[in-house]
Design a protein around this ligand. Structure first.
Ligand code: PLP
Length: 284
């Protein structure tokens, strides 16, 4: 069955959807995106994703092409039209189509594209039982990783390198300190304290990160927002990552060395359970 996708106000079969070859998202990665998960047909943390979209756009001198309520309605319409129980909604906003020129065009109309990815059993991902393996790679990205742009080639390269080495993902390292995963925020746990890099230009302010840190603090867990070294990660009791699509995912191996007992740790497991339960309750 073909998906129904959203392009600039229209809901159309994916085969009929099109965007200009002059679109700056295509030519310059002059575009930002969001991925929102769907559980039981409901959106997880929609407002968080919408707020970050607004911020990403404004950092690039763009504004929201439509307001929060219109975005929410379009998300819900896509979920309904594609009969999504569990899955993801991808949303991309570009600066629009214009004759190729590095300068921003004065009068382009933004392009808005949305599509769904069905992921039955998203919250019961069996990887959460075994945990994932990561390798470390140098962080060679630009210095505005806080903006969620579509420049994802280095992330793809990292995931390909991880796969070639029998791992699931890569953690990026800058000046000896872990920044984040290729598509997630990175955490370690040592002596009961959860450590994750502080917000700044070097990492994406994860929407899942915000919620997970709030739940951790509400559960009286100790949290330190600071950079940690690869060495600290290798000798940690636990490690995990967070993202909209993986929620809280335990990391059991870094560069071939077991983290802690080499199995998902109790804090990661507990945070995953709390996150899924609380976010299901608050879903829109
Ligand atoms: N860091 C990077 C580089 C990402 O690409 C992502 C998600 O795609 C995240 C962190 C996690 O962000 P979120 O929790 O909002 O999905």
């Amino acid at each position: 069955m073909s998906r129904i996708v959203y392009v600039n106000g229209d809901f159309v079969p994916e085969e009929e959807a099109s965007v200009s070859v002059f679109d700056r998202g295509f030519l310059f990665a002059d575009a930002v995106y969001e991925v929102t998960s769907v559980l039981d047909g409901k959106l997880i943390d929609f407002d968080g994703h919408c707020a970050r979209l607004d911020r990403s756009l404004s950092e690039l001198g763009m504004s929201m092409p439509m307001d929060r309520d219109a975005f929410l309605e379009a998300h819900r319409e896509l979920v309904a039209r594609n009969d999504i129980g569990d899955g993801l909604i991808y949303l991309q906003v570009t600066r629009g189509a214009a004759d190729r020129d590095f300068h921003y065009p004065a009068d382009a109309t933004q392009t808005v594209v949305m599509f769904t990815q069905a992921k039955p059993g998203l919250a019961e991902n069996p990887q959460a039982q075994t945990g994932i393996k990561v390798i470390s790679i140098p962080d060679l990205r630009w210095d505005r990783c806080d903006i969620k742009t579509t420049q994802l080639l280095y992330a793809s390269m990292g995931k390909m390198k991880a796969r070639a080495e029998g791992a699931d993902d890569a953690w990026m390292v800058d000046d000896g300190k872990v920044t984040e995963g290729t598509s997630n925020n990175a955490y370690i746990v040592k002596d009961g304290t959860i450590v994750t890099r502080q917000l700044g230009n070097e990492i994406l302010p994860g929407i899942t990160r915000t919620a997970v840190l709030r739940f951790a603090r509400e559960a009286q867990m100790k949290v330190e927002e600071r950079a940690f070294t690869l060495e600290e990660a290798r000798t940690a009791d636990e490690a995990f990552v967070t993202s909209a699509s993986s929620f809280v995912m335990p990391v059991v191996e870094i560069d071939g060395a077991r983290v802690g007992a080499g199995a998902p740790g109790p804090i990661a497991k507990r945070l995953r359970d709390i996150y899924i339960e609380e976010m299901r309750r608050a879903a829109s």
